[in-house]
Design a protein. Structure first.
Length: 140
């Protein structure tokens, strides 16, 4: 909405300049300036769209940092099958498997993991699996 308002303001400004000075070149110059601003603004959106279509880890999130943070949760021995991808331009999803053979409460571990992922990495959608032993990945 702010961009639309800025474009409208530029058009009105160009109109007033043409009325006051009679300089017709202001109209195409303002059109080129508006087109440049629109192009500049759309490059970031295009970059995000390509990243989403390739299901890459969103910018601003380091996979190694997330892995380390999950590994440091009380009771977690290892983390594997960690995947992070964008659901939209504002929402991030994660799946991971924890090996936690001695954790007393799986609910407490899941809650701690979800809270940490949300607060520290802004990941709102996570699917976490807790394993008492490391399962063979070839069975799935």
């Amino acid at each position: 909405m702010a961009a639309d308002a800025a474009v409208s303001t530029a058009v009105v400004f160009a109109g007033f300049v043409i009325l006051w000075t009679g300089q017709q070149w202001v109209d195409p110059a303002m059109s080129l300036a508006v087109a440049a601003v629109i192009l500049w603004g759309s490059l970031g959106l295009m970059r995000e769209s390509v990243g989403m279509s390739l299901m890459g880890v969103p910018s601003g999130i380091e996979l190694d940092q997330v892995h380390e943070a999950l590994s440091e949760l009380p009771g977690v021995e290892t983390v594997h099958d960690l995947h992070i991808w964008p659901i939209s331009t504002t929402e991030i999803a994660l799946t991971a498997h924890f090996v936690a053979p001695h954790v007393p409460s799986t609910d407490a571990l899941l809650n701690a993991a979800r809270t940490m992922l949300h607060d520290r990495f802004h990941i709102g959608h996570c699917t976490l699996q807790i394993e008492r032993i490391h399962l063979d990945d070839t069975r799935c």
